[in-house]
Design a protein around this ligand. Structure first.
Ligand code: NAD
Ligand code: ZN
Ligand code: ZN
Length: 362
């Protein structure tokens, strides 16, 4: 058993509390990892706000990390102690019918189909003050040590800087893949990205890499526009500067609407605006933002009947165990610069400050 620090969420709406926790050794098929760095994704904040009633508290959140294997359980073959790894918040068992389908990145043996808060054997490896603490998405990267099923861990290049490539655990691949894999943005096309936080900026990078000629960033926080432009946005607009709905503004700006639109906020009204702002016949709209559970959307069916395609994406449609190591290699070859997404670096003791910065749009 390892004693270390972790940021524990004891209850909805409360700040995280940095506690000493006990982390049990990995069981068969599991890996114990020393987490070196973790990003903060808005999904962690959704948890703290209680947007997902199926998440049980107390829980250790965090799902965008990188670390080093400390020990392995019986039967583990793909990693060994000392290997640099990225925990995968979407696993890849490689055996289920979805994993065997080349078009799917969803694994049936995932926490998405099962209760999210315990490891596959329905137990926890974390305790604190004598109490069992729940896992989050099987990865819980806000702990200095965490235990994860082997098929939710990807070995990466030993040269990778862990404080940088942790972003390849969620935010960057989600946004970049939403453009490249999910929408399959074509060269010369026009794109609109609703919400340019960490994930939306990664969509902008993906659209640019795919050769889009016009990329319109939409955000209510204009402080995001300088970075969006640096990463490839050609136009930046705030819905608050217009009296008419933003979809009408986008249709006027582009003639017949954009070729590809992305909702990267998680609000139902912006999901409909994003859908309505793409070309009525050939437009593709990708839903990336996570809405609060129980949200319902009501739309005019003509929006789809006229030919539009409406899709969603989990983690940018990458098969995670196969693709994350390749993305790390591309990072090392400087094929993209996800470092530009890093705004602040804080010690774990200041994790709540990190959330305050996220909520303040900084
Ligand atoms: P973020 O908070 O950093 O970014 C959201 C941005 O949206 C902010 O810049 C904010 O100013 C802007 N915004 C808010 N309301 C707006 C409005 N009405 N109109 C225009 N802009 C508005 O969040 P993030 O970390 O980039 O995550 C974005 C979303 O993606 C979240 O919902 C998160 O849960 C989701 N997400 C989904 C996946 C997936 O696999 N599908 C993976 C990671 C994150
Ligand atoms: Zn995330
Ligand atoms: Zn699988």
């Amino acid at each position: 058993v390892i004693r270390c620090r972790a940021a524990v969420a004891w209850a909805v709406g409360k700040p995280l509390s940095v506690e000493e926790v006990e982390v049990a050794p990995p069981k068969a098929g599991e890996v114990r990892i020393k987490i070196v760095a973790t990003g903060i994704c808005r999904t962690d904040d959704h948890i703290l706000e209680g947007c997902f009633p199926n998440v049980d508290f107390p829980v250790i959140p965090g799902h965008e990390g990188a670390g080093i294997v400390e020990s392995i359980g019986e039967g583990v073959t793909s990693v060994k102690p000392g290997d640099k790894v990225i925990p995968l918040c979407l696993p890849q068992c490689g055996e289920c019918s979805f994993c065997l389908n080349p078009e799917s990145n969803y694994c049936l043996k995932s926490h998405v189909s099962e209760p999210q808060n315990l490891l596959p054997d329905k137990t926890s490896r974390f305790t604190c003050k004598g109490q069992q603490i729940h896992h989050f998405l099987w990865v819980s990267t806000f702990a200095e040590y965490t235990v994860i099923p082997e098929y939710a861990v990807a070995k990466i290049d030993a040269a990778a800087p862990l404080d940088k490539v942790c972003l390849l655990g969620c935010g960057f691949p989600t946004g970049y893949g939403a453009a490249i894999n999910t929408a399959k943005v074509k060269p010369g096309s026009t794109c609109a990205v609703f919400g340019v936080g960490g994930v939306g900026l990664s969509v902008v990078m993906g659209c640019k890499a795919a050769g889009a000629s016009r990329i319109i960033a939409i955000d209510i926080n204009k402080d995001k526009f300088a970075k969006a432009k640096e990463l490839g946005a050609t136009d930046c607009i705030s819905p608050q500067d217009f009296k008419k709905p933003i979809q009408e503004v986008l249709i006027e700006m582009t003639g017949h609407g954009v070729d590809y639109s992305f909702e990267v906020i998680g609000h139902t009204d912006t999901m409909i605006a994003a859908l309505a702002s793409c070309n009525m016949n050939t437009g593709v709209c990708v839903m990336v933002g996570v809405p609060a559970s129980g949200s319902v959307i009501s739309i005019d069916p003509m929006l789809l009947l006229s030919g539009r395609t409406w899709k969603g994406t989990l983690l940018g449609d990458w098969k995670m165990k196969d693709c994350i190591p390749k993305l790390v290699s591309s990072y090392l070859e400087k094929k993209f610069n996800s470092d530009l997404l890093i705004t602040h670096t804080l010690p774990i003791a200041k994790v709540n400050e990190g959330f305050e910065l996220l909520r303040a749009g900084k």
